[in-house]
Design a protein around this ligand. Structure first.
Ligand code: CMC
Length: 431
């Protein structure tokens, strides 16, 4: 028998019975969709206890420290798969066969180049523009290049959009960096792997060719896997909400990037490095911990905590190990910032405040240290996150639109403003 819950009212109004749904895993959800007809809405700012959609892509059990994409644990994907395969998995629901993988990679390679006129879009920005501002602008501008003949309800069209975005966003990110640096844009080199191609576009110049280090390219590919999707976070929900109106998908992904940029979300990786720079020395860690615990300071330990993960995120654990590999490869174990980060992690993990609140270091805590060791500047960190998360965003957008019953997202509100009143003409208003 299906479980239900009954809402009873203290004023004796008739009670309401609501169905309870159980997914494959996770907490059961109370389906409140009929509540409106009874004259009530629910109130949950920040979506702390509200499921906004049905999804079969990613499952996170924060208490158990579990993260799975399409049923596959992240540990297996990170060590046994590659980013192209994971992108295919997120989009299609199954791991590809060898032929499917080859065809997918070929299609991604086919789309890496940007329309020649898009160079002009980059050149419209000021040189010092933050790479995320450029990425948001250029990705949004793609909607002007790929608008005609786009039918959101045609699965083939959606597939082309997904491939274009996964293929072009690394070019956009690398060019945002090149534009900052005042260096010429470097075209994609399709003989290279996805991660190695990105490194090539970032680091080669017309006068100095760059051969991507395979150990670093593999580590970067794994970091991309670890950032690929994290179910209904702020940026993914932004993409879904924007896309629910039938909006142009490139504009929707630009919206997701805008949401990701915030320091409480993907912008945290940049904020972590600024925090470590500001600390400067291990001796200052206690001062920063004390500030983070003092609510009136408005300061948080960046790279700690997560809405969904109340245990150490397995992705964070893997990225920490990947950091070890990268620093060993580069001979940078003695990096002072790395030492500060490790000591900060140790002290925070031993502190009652962080233990009680289950505030563990998250992926953003470690990624910045690795990116910096690889020669990627701090301002590019969130762009790296956006590049990888594009795979998750397009998969979630595609999933939503492939359900013919999907509705436009339209939250309700608890209005607390003025009651209706009469307009007062300007000459009758008090001083
Ligand atoms: N430093 C100090 N205190 C914290 C921190 C932190 N980083 N994070 C949470 N808290 C405290 C918070 O003050 C609150 O304390 P109390 O119960 O005494 O009022 C308690 O922990 C719960 O915090 P919350 O704000 O209700 O938790 P949330 O689920 O709404 O926020 C978060 C999650 C990620 C926004 C938050 O932990 C945070 O601001 N972390 C720092 C920024 C960060 O690293 N963000 C990256 C998130 S992971 C990757 C991604 O999704 O982009």
């Amino acid at each position: 028998m299906k479980k239900t819950v009954t809402l009873t009212f203290s004023d004796g109004s008739p009670s309401i019975e609501l169905p309870i749904e159980q997914g494959t895993y996770g907490k059961p959800v109370i389906d409140i969709r009929t509540l409106g007809a009874h004259g009530y809405f629910t109130h949950d700012p920040g979506f702390t206890a509200t499921s906004s959609c049905t999804s079969a892509i990613t499952y996170i059990d924060g208490d158990e420290g579990l993260l799975c994409h399409r049923g596959y644990p992240i540990e297996e994907l990170a060590y046994k798969s590659d980013f192209m395969e994971v992108s295919y998995l997120l989009l299609h629901g199954e791991l590809p066969t060898a032929d499917q993988k080859m065809a997918f990679e070929q299609s991604i390679r086919h789309h890496t180049l940007l329309h020649d006129q898009m160079e002009n879009v980059f050149r419209g920005f000021r040189r010092s523009a933050h790479p995320m501002a450029v990425m948001i602008g250029v990705t949004g501008a793609m909607s002007a290049f790929y608008h005609d003949g786009m039918d959101n309800f045609n699965p083939k069209h959606r597939e082309i959009v997904a491939h274009r975005l996964i293929a072009k966003v690394p070019t956009v990110a690398a060019w945002a960096f090149k534009f900052n640096e005042g260096q010429p844009f470097v075209y994609p080199q399709n003989r290279l792997s996805y991660a190695a191609n990105f490194m090539h576009m970032m680091f080669s110049t017309p006068c100095e060719p760059y051969e991507p280090n395979p150990v670093l390219a593999r580590a970067l590919d794994r970091i991309f896997i670890l950032h690929a999707d994290h179910e209904q976070n702020a940026s993914t929900s932004t993409v879904r909400l924007a896309g629910s109106s039938g909006a142009n998908p490139y504009a929707c992904i630009a919206g997701g990037m805008a949401s990701l940029w915030g320091p409480l979300h993907g912008g945290a990786n940049e904020a972590v490095l600024h925090m470590l720079d500001e600390m400067g020395d291990i001796s200052r860690i206690p001062e920063f911990i004390a500030r983070a615990k003092d609510k009136s300071s408005g300061f948080r330990l960046m790279g700690f905590g997560h809405r969904g993960d109340k245990n150490m995120d397995p992705g964070a654990r893997i990225i920490r190990e990947t950091g070890d590999e990268v620093l060993d490869e580069l001979g940078r174990r003695d990096d002072p910032q790395f030492k500060i980060a490790m000591e900060l992690e140790r002290i925070a993990m031993d502190d009652e405040y962080f233990i009680e609140r289950k505030l563990y270091p998250n992926v953003d805590f470690y990624s910045g240290i690795i990116f910096r060791a690889m020669g990627i500047p701090t301002s590019m960190f969130t762009a790296m996150f956006a590049l990888a998360r594009t795979a998750g965003w397009v998969a979630q957008w595609n999933e939503m639109l492939s359900d013919p019953a999907h509705k436009i997202g339209r939250p309700r509100q608890l209005y607390t403003g003025a009651a209706c009143r009469e307009f007062v003409p300007l000459d009758k208003r008090g001083a």
